[in-house]
Write a protein that binds this ligand. Structure first.
Ligand code: F6R
Length: 600
């Protein structure tokens, strides 16, 4: 949430690094964008409401330049998304500029203190207190002033600060990700890797409560107590092509098409015949209970994981919203395995849930996509998805890989416990990329179905058992990118309330796999049909009973129940995509959303 990019050493920092980097980070927020540069005439700041192109196209932006600059793309927390509230924020004298991700929780008290001391505030943001605090403490050393400021701050921050007369960028973090990029006589700071990938693949992950000074050809890192620390330099594995749209109209569409390869990558080296090999640091025989913590789409993957893990391993599993788990004094102990699922590895609630679980002595395991992310570094062990960068705000390929990985994990635990596993499951996993290609090849049909439904304002998504979470995920995808109201329900629960809404204006999307629940789901369809409700059915059965009931049928390949949610979800992604794009919505940047929710 919110993106930071900064650099020192480039002759033309604005166009070479800042604008380019902001565009790469727009998925993290697109309410406004701004930059600050140290020029020969002192500190210059430009901010614009809206997307980065507004900032780029502005004449003032194009007139300023220098070789030290910081920039920010904002997802509004405190204060409406206007120019004044945009970052960077400056001090009273206009010599210090700060960009910030996170939330300063005690900002009001700090602001009152600073106002009483005579500081003049321009914005409604929490961030501006940082600029004034640094001004208050500055004598002749920016790093020292930032350190003193941060000692007063409660909350989360990833910050970059520049000041007139200081040939460096000072950066620090607590709770919000910050990476340093190491170039040749150039250094970078960013909230995440895509922003620096065009310049360097060498990055350093800053840890909580660390502060760094970046100079043209060197850097220092200390903890906030002033002790020097040495952090390793890592090589980013992602390529530039992976973070480009590659000819697709949207990142979301590209990422949906990437699912076969992403799943193949998630399986690579981990499955051979029926055997699964994962490197995890817990002994399955010591695990008496599993708790999955996650948010949003990752939480839906967790719900599917519960069905898979319980059925296959016999270990009881509960799935919790990370935002609830972290605050309710959960009962976990050393025999509990807490699995955190997160694409970004930076979601604040999921991170806090992991820390809470660790504090209580639970074993923690991450199912994470982003290598080097905070959660991946906090958990005891992890299984990376290897799905490649997911830039579209709506999660697609990460979900497919999360469920795939949960199936691998279930097989791994069964092997450990000497429990038998149907060989069909491993075989189907290996075939999955090819099967998903078949579903994607049918997208034109889904597109033509979507045309019939794009004018509806409400949808119901219904599924049973392991496919109930798919209904939830289908509904979430539709609402977040098309702004159409949609609800996911267990099909059997429909008659306990939601059926009251059924009429010809409320279509229902049924997930109807060929499993034990098939006949029961057909009964639910009949109940909808009797009330003139329209029905779209996703199914693997060519059955007359179903085709008579459903207005539209999308056929998918038949796979074992454990794998079916991955297959069944693909048409729902396309349905949501085509309905949203027909409404003219930029699905990569839906309103009010941002990727990587690093605030509570
Ligand atoms: C929905 C979506 C979000 C994320 C959620 C968790 O399409 O992308 O619901 O799934 O914010 O994010 P991660 O997985 O990064 O922890």
């Amino acid at each position: 949430m919110c993106g930071i990019i900064g650099s020192i050493g480039h002759k033309k920092v604005v166009n070479d690094v800042l604008i380019h980097g902001l565009k790469r980070l727009e998925y993290r927020g697109y309410d406004s964008a701004g930059l600050a540069v140290l020029t020969t005439d002192g500190l210059k700041v430009v901010k614009r409401k809206g997307k980065v192109t507004e900032l780029e196209g502005d004449q003032t932006t194009q007139k300023i330049d220098g070789n030290i600059g910081i920039a920010h793309t904002r997802w509004a927390t405190h204060g409406e998304p206007n120019e004044i509230n945009s970052h960077p924020h400056t001090d009273c004298a206009g010599k210090i500029a700060v960009v910030h991700n996170g939330i300063i929780e005690n900002f009001y008290a700090l602001k009152m203190m600073l106002v009483n001391e005579g500081h003049k505030f321009k914005s409604e943001t929490d961030t501006e207190v940082l600029a004034h605090l640094v001004e208050k403490f500055y004598k002749d050393d920016l790093e020292e002033a930032v350190t003193r400021s941060l000692k007063l701050v409660e909350g989360a921050f990833g910050i970059a600060v520049i000041r007139e007369g200081e040939d460096r960028i000072v950066v620090a973090r607590r709770g919000s990700p910050i990476i340093l990029g190491v170039g040749h006589k150039k250094m970078y700071v960013a909230s995440d890797a895509p922003a620096v990938l065009a310049h360097t693949k060498k990055v350093i992950y800053l840890n909580d409560n660390e502060i760094a000074s970046l100079y043209e050809d060197s850097y220092t890192i200390k903890d906030l107590k002033g002790k020097k620390v040495v952090n390793d330099i890592h090589e980013i594995k992602w390529s530039l092509e992976e973070i480009e749209k590659g000819g697709f109209e949207h990142f979301m569409l590209k990422e949906m098409h990437e699912q076969p390869d992403a799943i193949a990558n998630a399986l690579r080296g981990r499955i051979s015949g029926e055997k699964v090999k994962l490197t995890v640091r817990f002994k399955s025989k010591n695990i008496k209970r599993i708790v999955i913590v996650a948010c949003g789409t990752s939480w839906h993957a967790g719900l599917i994981g519960r069905y898979i893990l319980e059925k296959m391993t016999g270990i009881p599993v509960s799935v919790e919203y990370a935002s609830e788990f972290r605050y309710r004094d959960p009962i976990v102990d050393s025999r509990t395995l807490v699995i955190a699922i997160s694409q970004s590895g930076e979601t604040a609630d999921t991170l806090a849930a992991v820390l809470e679980a660790k504090r209580k002595g639970a074993k923690t395991l991450g199912i994470i996509n982003t290598v080097g992310s905070t959660i991946s570094r906090e958990v005891d062990s992890g299984v990376f998805l290897h799905a490649g960068p997911e830039i579209g705000v709506a999660s697609t390929k990460a979900f497919s890989c999360q469920v795939t990985t949960l199936v691998l994990l279930a097989i791994h635990i069964c092997q450990d416990l000497d429990k038998s596993v149907s060989p069909d499951i491993a075989q189907s996993l290996v075939k999955l990329p090819g099967l998903i290609r078949e579903v994607i090849a049918d997208r034109k049909k889904i597109q033509s179905i979507s045309k019939k439904y794009q004018k509806y304002t409400d949808f119901l998504y219904l599924g049973r058992g392991i496919n109930f979470p798919v209904a939830l995920e289908g509904a979430l995808k539709l609402k977040e990118i098309s702004y159409i109201h949609a609800e996911g329900y267990p099909a059997g629960e429909m008659k306990h309330g939601p059926i009251a809404m059924i009429d010809p204006n409320l279509p229902s999307v049924f997930i109807t796999p060929d499993d034990d629940s098939y006949e029961k789901t057909l009964s639910n369809m009949q109940e909808i049909k009797a009330r003139q409700g329209k029905i779209i059915a996703i199914t693997s059965i060519e059955d007359e009973k179903l085709t008579k009931l459903a207005d539209d049928v999308i056929l998918v390949p038949n796979v074992p129940a454990e794998i079916s949610p991955i297959i069944n979800n693909i048409p729902l992604q396309f349905l949501a995509y085509y309905i949203a794009t027909a409404k003219g919505i930029n699905v990569d940047q839906p309103r009010n959303l941002a990727k990587s929710v690093t605030v509570e």
